[in-house]
Write a protein that binds this ligand. Sequence first.
Ligand SMILES: Nc1ncnc2c1ncn2[C@@H]1O[C@H](COP(=O)(O)OP(=O)(O)OP(=O)(O)O)[C@@H](O)[C@H]1O
Ligand SMILES: [Mg+2]
Length: 441
Amino acid sequence: MKPFLLISRSAEYETRLRSLLGSRLAVVPGEFLMLGPQTVVERVHHQPRIALLGPVLNFEETRGLVGELTQRYPEIGLIVVREQRTDLEDWVDDLPLHAVLSPHAADSTTTELLDRLSGWLVSNGRAVPEDFEEPPASEVGEVIAALVHGSPDAEPLNEADQVEAGSESQPFEWEFPPLESGVPSEAIGVVAPKGGQGKTTIAVNLATGLAEVAPNSVVLVDADLQFGDITAALNLTPERTIVDAVADSAQDELVLKTALTHHSDGFFVVASAPSPELGDAVASDALGHLIERLRETFRYVVVDTTPGLGDHTLAVVEHVTDAVFVSNMSVASLRAMRTEFQLLTTLGLMPSNRHFVLNQVDKMSGLTVKDSEALVGAPVDVAVPKSSAVLLASNRGIPLIHDDVRDPAARAVRSVVMRIAPEAYPKRTKIQRRWRSNGTE
Ligand SMILES: Nc1ncnc2c1ncn2[C@@H]1O[C@H](COP(=O)(O)OP(=O)(O)OP(=O)(O)O)[C@@H](O)[C@H]1O
Ligand SMILES: [Mg+2]
């Protein structure tokens, strides 16, 4: 009996869920979605009672799966595993989901949600306790019914009820719309304790990929205030810089926009300071304020940073929803990353969504990805191979994911983008057009 089904593109999440559910979990890798949702569901050999969809599935894929699963198993419980995003409301409005679970939720939270949804299915005659091979949680009923979308008796829970439904000591890490107010957009900081790890490379490509799903609603801030090099990496000649943007951030949107430089791939750049002294003079709280101000206007704010955890980078970390941590495979960098994780956690400054990118992965380094994980004490979310295409793209002033789409590093970097916006899946026409325009085919 395998009452739980996971369809996801994250091997790490699969491992975690397996450790929680053991043989009660069936898994179909999200890669099969290339063959369509029907093929994926055909690979399910036991009747699932609860399906977990995600992480890293886009809206269309999730909708296709929900359609197939509910047609075959009308009584199934559906959970989307996805970080809280501002578009989550649309997902829940359009899909008959029962809950949304953060991929970073603690194991206890995940188990609690699964227990409660199993209990709800049983209490509504959609399943029997034996389906789950253990008794359902005792306190099923009104609260979970109210949490379940589309339940005939469901009344939307107010915030106080939701808090009451969780354990007192631990806030809920699974979310149910409506979204918290005051989350106008997402801000993503790209950070590393040491220099030269690939922050700028990741930041530039994140902005490029996000601009595909939110054209002209992405801004890339070069907050490497002394030695920022984003405009060089993108072949841009800025007229104004972060020094002007910080000064203008107190003024209205139109004035602030004049401090930005537009890139033809559909995003804006806040260029680094014209000299290290001027960069150093930017106050860290003014940088934090600038990020907040940009979040009022842009869907995504991507921030490249100075190595280490100086005041400016701490200000960035405090004002972002996501942090992408980048390290190469040197023991010193990995140890420094471990310290950075511990420090941010101790200070309570770890952003809600953490992504750990292991960059320049190379068999010749003498370390494996597993060794790197052990040194950092955290799983690698994306491993980006070492590739000469990275330097080539940077020297050409073209973002890697558009310069050489088939390069393994470019594909890996795109999967970093897809962690923030799963809908940034490469479109075939785009791939072919870009490929040909490079003259390499
Ligand atoms: N996956 C990769 N394969 C090969 N070279 C890479 C890769 N990622 C980054 N590089 C190269 O490493 C160098 C440093 O990368 P990048 O400038 O992105 O790092 P950074 O963390 O922003 O550095 P800094 O701390 O100096 O700002 C660059 O020359 C870049 O081309
Ligand atoms: Mg850099």
